[in-house]
Design a protein around this ligand. Structure first.
Ligand SMILES: *Cc1c(COP(=O)(O)O)cnc(C)c1O
Length: 389
């Protein structure tokens, strides 16, 4: 049997055709397909504005800049995320801090957040922006976070890189009902893919406009924003801010449009796989993912916690055992503040105990829509052999 990755893309013949069509067309980038993709995703999520970019990392960066994050500001996120959720604050010259996770959902803990905000207010160090991450595709407690934002005046960027197609309180993730900006990733292991790609969604037309400019070097095409060099000398563009080339190509957008046709099927397949794992793992010494009744997860990841006191193996031995069988298990995530780069900033072991406990016993097993039943059975069989021998 071939190796079984923890996640991978699902590409159909019509996905391929839609990309090939662009290669035969007039525009490979900045053509008509990009705005069409933006509109499809925005309409799907029920939000007014969407700005497609070349990665979720870029989307996080311009989202922070649009919310005026800069030197002297503080941004908070969760340690159990991909490093990009924290790096974006540092790109803007701001400081980053971390709030521990909830031991049941592995999302940012509302209890820890509430306590940390009260302390921060006392010492005058409240965050300007908080970036909750919908870990594995299950929404954070956005209602609770929004209420806190009203009390303490911070802005919210949802890092929904795992979560397109998921819901919270019957609203699609990306509606921005509880946040200022929501970010998606279209990396191949995520729910839909454009090869590389990301998007920032918002209800706020000013934020959208700012992010559009930042995506394209800080250039505007809006005459009203331009300063005339002399009375009759206004050309078709002006740079009015310092931006980047974070553009998504039409080749990528075409793939995105085609993938959006199957998004609900992708998420449905992920749920079927999760239900089957839940059942087949129920008599093994592991904890399967807990689901809150407010949430319909997009199930980007399927993580299990090893009950190490009942197992004759270490976490590393289980991980290596799966890999030896060609099952490319993974670990999502090493707490960001324990990365060497962050350790140099002074973060220490013990900073977020629930995150570190999680890190000590978690394993990601394969989850993607094209995972076959036989492959899933093989994963279970291998895991059983490793855990009970
Ligand atoms: C994948 C991911 C990102 C970064 O996405 P890219 O599109 O690869 O830049 C950011 N945050 C989280 C939580 C992710 O999983």
């Amino acid at each position: 049997m071939n190796n079984i990755p923890y996640g991978r893309q699902d590409i159909s013949e019509s996905d391929i055709d839609s990309v090939v069509n662009i290669l035969r067309s007039d525009y490979l980038t900045q053509g008509p397909v990009l705005p069409a993709f933006e509109k499809i995703v925005a309409d799907y999520c029920g939000v007014n504005h969407s700005v497609a970019v070349n990665s979720a990392t870029s989307a996080l960066h311009i989202a922070c800049l649009a919310l005026d994050v800069g030197k002297g500001d503080i941004v908070w996120t969760t340690p159990i995320t991909f490093v990009a959720s924290a790096n974006c604050a540092l790109y803007c010259g701001a400081d980053i801090d971390f709030v521990d996770i909830d031991p049941q959902t592995y999302n940012i803990s509302l209890e820890s957040l509430t306590e940390k905000l009260a302390l921060a207010e006392k010492v005058g160090k409240l965050p300007k922006v908080i970036i909750p991450v919908h870990f594995s595709g299950q929404s954070c407690d956005m209602n609770g976070i929004k209420l806190l934002s009203e009390k303490y005046g911070f802005k919210i960027i949802e890092d929904a890189s795992h979560a397109i197609g998921g819901r919270y309180k019957n609203k699609l993730i990306g509606s921005c009902f509880y946040s200022d900006i929501t970010i998606f990733s279209f990396h191949p292991v995520k729910i839909i893919t454009t090869g590389e790609g990301g998007m920032a969604l918002t209800k706020d037309s000013q934020l959208a406009k700012k992010m559009r400019q930042l995506r394209n070097h800080g250039i505007t095409n809006d005459i009203k924003e331009m300063q005339p060099y002399s009375e009759n000398e206004i050309w078709n563009y002006q740079q009015i801010d310092l931006g980047f080339n974070y553009r998504m190509t039409d080749i990528q957008a075409a793939l995105g449009i085609s993938q959006m046709n199957r998004i609900d099927d992708f998420v449905k397949s992920r749920h079927e796989i999760a239900v089957r794992y839940d059942k087949l793992l129920s008599n093994l010494p592991v904890t399967t993912p807990w689901q809150h009744s407010d949430c319909y997860s997009a199930f980007h990841l399927y993580v299990i916690r090893l009950k190490l006191d009942l197992i004759n193996k270490t976490q590393r031995q289980v991980y290596d055992g799966l890999r030896a069988d060609g099952i490319l298990a993974n670990l999502h995530y090493i707490p960001v503040y324990l990365q060497p780069y962050y350790r140099k900033k002074g973060f220490i072991v013990g900073y977020c105990p629930n995150s570190e406990k999680y890190f000590s016993d978690v394993i990601t097993i394969p989850m993607h829509p094209s995972l076959a039943i036989l492959q899933q059975d093989f994963v279970i069989k291998s895991l059983r052999t490793i855990l009970v021998s």
